[in-house]
Ligand binder design. Structure first.
Ligand code: NDP
Length: 332
């Protein structure tokens, strides 16, 4: 059958552009015994994919030029010669960026039966939600009553981190790139929200929002945010370094903050993490999160682009603040 996929056509220099992607037709072979055909329904675009577009050694292999991109997806089995993956089953895989594909089921997981939307398994119930939970609980060891600062706070990871901390009885201060995002987070009960694009001095704004200081910083952005957090951390504060999206498109080395000595003076603990190293805890996380979602204790936002051809726009949009909550592509 004829399918479509999106290739990495060239490696981006700075912010990715449409020229880096190519939508191509592909002929899929007939399925053999032990194989099945999947029609993708949803695919995820995530900031970490920008790192995979660079040809360098990292915790995950770079994308290969001229080959289909990869990323989280949810699909439906539409033809099967595999007893564990019958027609109609929904599966998750890393074979996003394509309309259909044939597989033997390696690295595929059947989606559990749930009254919740299946798309949440790419967001709040999937890798981004698990990242927020891991950063707060396993890395920063956030405790009831503490003050948390979260950057990129209205995104997939940040919005969950804010809500989980609120459930723990913490004071939550968030940083976002628009007034509309700030209003939304306040409606979710976040104590104070800073629009980093409109304040003159992020560190001073954080001090006003957190006069009692910050105990835990959930770092998603880097650069000025990291420096502002250091200025405002309390003694023995913890920083969970999850991401540094402000630097992913840099074309020259980013200058470091000038206040790193505060790490010593304030006796801070700073720890980076990659969520996949914590995946043994996914069942514990997903059980709690499914409950919070179904009771409405956690609200899941999504920004949805329509059609495979819109995937490059959705991906580029992550670096332009175009999403609130999880950025997803719905495949038609
Ligand atoms: P988001 O849904 O938060 O999307 C990205 C958001 O980042 C944008 O909406 C934008 O919001 C903000 N942003 C983009 N560019 C900048 C910039 N230059 N300065 C400040 N903010 C910016 O993405 P995720 O929630 O999926 O990821 C958040 C972070 O977590 C990323 O750094 C990502 O790499 C990291 N991550 C790390 C994982 C790990 O295992 N360590 C796993 C998953 C994610 P705004 O409008 O507010 O600017």
């Amino acid at each position: 059958m004829q399918a479509q996929q999106i290739l990495l056509d060239s490696r981006p220099d700075g912010l990715p552009t449409h020229a880096n992607f190519k939508l191509v037709p592909v002929s899929l072979p007939a399925i053999q015994m032990g194989e099945f055909l999947v029609k993708n329904l949803w695919m995820s675009v995530d900031p970490y994919m920008r790192g995979r577009m660079v040809d360098r050694e990292s915790y995950i292999a770079p994308f290969v030029l001229g080959e289909a991109l990869e990323g989280g997806s949810i699909g439906e089995v539409i033809e099967s010669r595999h007893s564990s993956f019958p027609v109609g089953a929904k599966v998750t895989s890393m074979l996003g960026w394509r309309s259909h594909y044939v597989t033997d089921g390696s690295d595929h997981t059947l989606l559990p039966e749930t009254p919740l939307s299946e798309s949440h398994f790419l967001g709040v119930l999937g890798m981004p939600g698990m990242t927020a939970w891991t950063g707060l609980n396993r890395i920063a060891e956030l405790k009831e009553g503490e003050t948390l600062f979260v950057s990129a706070a209205s995104g997939a990871v940040g919005s969950v981190a804010c809500q989980l901390a609120q459930l723990m009885g913490c004071k939550v201060i968030a940083s976002v790139g628009s007034d509309e995002k700030a209003t939304h987070l306040k409606s979710l009960g976040v104590d104070a929200v800073i629009n980093y694009k409109t304040v003159d001095n992020l560190s001073a704004a954080l001090q006003v929002a957190a006069p009692q200081g910050v105990d835990v910083y959930f770092e998603n952005v880097g650069g000025e945010h990291f420096a502002a957090a250091l200025d405002n951390m309390n003694d023995h504060g913890r920083i969970a370094v999850c991401g540094m999206i402000a630097q992913y498109n840099d074309t020259a080395p980013t200058p470091g903050p000038s206040n790193l000595a505060l790490i010593i003076m304030k006796k801070l603990k700073i720890e980076g993490f990659i969520v996949f190293e914590h995946w043994a805890h996914y069942p514990e996380f997903t059980q709690q999160m499914a409950q919070w979602l179904s009771t409405g204790a956690v609200k899941a936002e999504q920004t949805i682009y329509e059609g495979l051809a819109s995937a490059p726009d959705a991906f580029i949009g992550l670096f332009e603040g175009k999403n609130r909550g999880k950025m997803l592509v719905k495949l038609s």
